[in-house]
Design a protein around this ligand. Structure first.
Ligand code: HEM
Length: 271
């Protein structure tokens, strides 16, 4: 079943009878498949609640304002080359100094696609961090980078974000009102979610349900003129960070990391 309406999406995400599709439990210790069987994201019931609590505790100890300042500083230090910055900043805050293995481990984390490269990356991370820290880094990595890339694409209406990745002197040059990082991020999250869909299994019937986040975020019952990219909307009830039983525990952190990168690009374009 495909869910495209906002109210129906919220109802499924809030109903504990809908669970994430199960992951395999028989993988060798230390592999990506093994990691997926240990984390909050793919577990249910009390196990999920307990694992999630540990993540929330780790996140509560981090100050989003400090993450933003650090992301800005690191982006400037790297001459505007922002790829890897959100993960490096989050890693440092969590006490994980070397985050170079995160991208490779994150590749198959959500999809479940196994590979020797992903297994090696997980093994490397396990040498310096525990499962909660690794979970936070893998969950946050691709989505936060995609948010920044999408926001830059939206700031430069007529040019692909890719063209600006290494050229921060041009960043935001033509952005106009889009130069407010927070407004740009909020509306980008609604219109252009990094994760386009999420899946659940109906435990009563065994049916798989796909929740189309792009469509739910453009439901005309909730968002006026939903296809218009409108920076004046501010915060909206979009479902990009999920909802209900297992929403993203890190929206403030994701926004702070992305805003810090944009702050740096904006500063550079003004200097
Ligand atoms: C723009 C960036 C991000 C987006 C769009 C995003 C989105 C989401 C969504 C939609 C879910 C729920 C998935 C579902 O219900 O099926 C989720 C879960 C999660 N996210 Fe994020 N996320 C982002 C960044 C982050 C960051 C930076 C962190 C860590 C600091 C993080 C940590 C997590 C964790 C640990 C879960 C699993 C929660 C659970 O098991 O209950 N996310 N995220």
């Amino acid at each position: 079943m495909l869910i495209t309406r906002h109210a129906a999406a919220e109802a499924v995400l809030a109903d504990p009878r809908y669970v994430p599709p199960p992951v395999r439990q028989d993988a060798d210790e230390g592999t990506l498949a093994w990691l997926r069987a240990q984390v909050s994201r793919f577990s249910t019931g009390e196990t999920h609640a307990g694992r999630r609590r540990l993540l929330e505790e780790r996140l509560a100890a981090l100050d989003p304002a400090e993450l933003r300042t650090a992301a800005r500083a690191m982006t400037l230090e790297r001459g505007g080359d922002w790829r890897g910055v959100p993960t490096a900043v989050l890693g440092a805050a969590l006490g994980v100094q070397d985050t170079s293995a995160v991208a490779a481990a994150a590749t198959g984390y959500l999809s479940g696609e196994e590979s020797p490269e992903a297994d090696a990356a997980v093994a490397e991370l396990l040498e310096q961090a525990t499962i909660p820290e690794i979970t936070l880094l893998l969950q946050g990595h691709a989505a936060t980078e995609a948010l920044i890339g999408n926001a830059l694409g939206n700031a430069f209406e007529n040019a692909p974000a890719r063209a600006f990745e290494h050229a921060f002197e041009h960043a935001f040059e033509h952005a106009g009102p889009g130069a407010d990082p927070e407004a740009l991020l909020h509306e980008t999250l609604r219109q252009d979610p990094p994760l386009k869909a999420t899946r659940r299994l109906d435990t009563r019937t065994g049916d798989e349900v796909t929740i189309d986040l792009v469509s739910a975020n453009r439901d005309p019952d909730v968002f006026a003129d939903p296809d218009r990219f409108d920076l004046s909307r501010g915060r909206t009830p979009h479902l990009t960070f999920g909802h209900g039983v297992r929403p993203c525990p890190g929206p403030a952190h994701a926004l702070a990391l992305a805003a810090g990168v944009l702050d740096a690009l904006l500063d550079a374009s003004r200097s």
